[in-house]
Design a protein around this ligand. Structure first.
Ligand code: SF4
Ligand code: SF4
Length: 285
């Protein structure tokens, strides 16, 4: 079995939760990299703990999830305080049936490693669903996505992909009933997908759901971090294709970097993305 994580528990690199005794204890003796992210009129202060050692791309994912979740929480709280209704939550799944989720290179390795490491019956069940979805996608050839220098895909490309995906009618292979079977480890694109209005609007039967703008997209951030570490172009992998993609790119999943270099790149890229997001909001180019 291919192991794409150098530190199986992700402990070389994590965001310190000031409320978690275990994390504070684990961070003792670790280097701390500060990360200040301006969001929604305030600055969020994070500390990324880094122990000596090497990390693979997959090892960046837990910290990216923590940062993305904290940013999303702040944005959702702010929207709720402004009386927007945010209907999103666990078990609400119309979006999982309609959108093809773009997965960053780091997450492709992390999720594939997780599927392979699951108990055999569960692992086989998910691999089979991924395979069926991938086959349907490849039979119906998706439109090509292109990314600009900041790692962002154009709205036109995304809209074309969404239309195509709705037509081929493939639900996410991780969806079981109405629940995400990997909820705690779902991709950052899913974690940061919120709407305001009504969940009915996500079924396509009404217009009453509008995407909540997210000033920092962790999918873009992780894409840029991987591209910088690998000296390569930004890439995104359609979720059902991750096992096949990882097979083809296995050696990339085994490459390592000093944990401190990876953490500094992550911290700098999140901050830069937040500053760019602020400039866009204020109209400054
Ligand atoms: S985006 Fe829509 S379908 Fe998805 S969780 Fe939110 S309300 Fe539910
Ligand atoms: S990974 Fe989970 S949250 Fe994301 S689309 Fe699939 S089922 Fe939905």
């Amino acid at each position: 079995m291919q192991q794409y994580s150098a530190a199986q528990d992700g402990s070389h690199l994590f965001v310190v939760d000031p409320c978690s005794y275990t994390q504070r204890r684990d961070a003792e003796g670790a280097a701390i990299i500060g990360c200040e992210v301006p969001i929604a009129g305030e600055t969020l202060h994070f500390q990324i703990a880094v122990t000596a050692g090497q990390v693979r791309l997959a090892d960046l994912v837990p910290a990216a999830r923590q940062l993305g979740d904290a940013i999303s929480r702040r944005v959702v709280e702010r929207a709720a305080a402004e009386k927007y209704s945010i209907p999103c939550g666990r078990g609400c799944s119309a979006c999982c049936r309609r959108y093809l989720v773009p997965v960053t290179v780091c997450e492709a390795f992390a999720l594939t490693g997780q599927v392979l490491a699951a108990e055999p019956p569960e692992s086989r069940r998910i691999q089979r669903r991924l395979l069926l979805a991938a086959r349907r996608i490849m039979e119906r050839q998706p439109p090509k996505l292109s990314f600009d220098g900041s790692g962002t895909c154009s709205d036109t490309d995304l809209a074309a992909t969404s239309r195509w995906y709705e037509q081929i009618d493939v639900r996410c292979p991780f969806l079981e009933g109405d629940c995400c079977s990997i909820y705690a480890a779902r991709p950052v694109a899913c974690r940061q997908h919120f709407v305001h209005g009504s969940a009915e609007g996500c079924t396509g039967h009404s217009d009453d759901a509008e995407r909540l703008p997210m000033p920092v997209q962790m999918a873009d951030v992780l894409g840029l971090v991987a591209a910088e570490l690998e000296s390569a172009a930004v890439e995104a992998v359609p979720l059902p294709l991750i096992p096949a993609w990882c097979d083809l790119n296995a050696e990339r999943g085994l490459r390592t970097w000093p944990a401190v270099v990876a953490a500094e790149t992550l911290a700098r890229t999140v901050r830069q993305a937040a500053l760019e997001g602020m400039r866009e909001v204020s109209g400054v180019c």
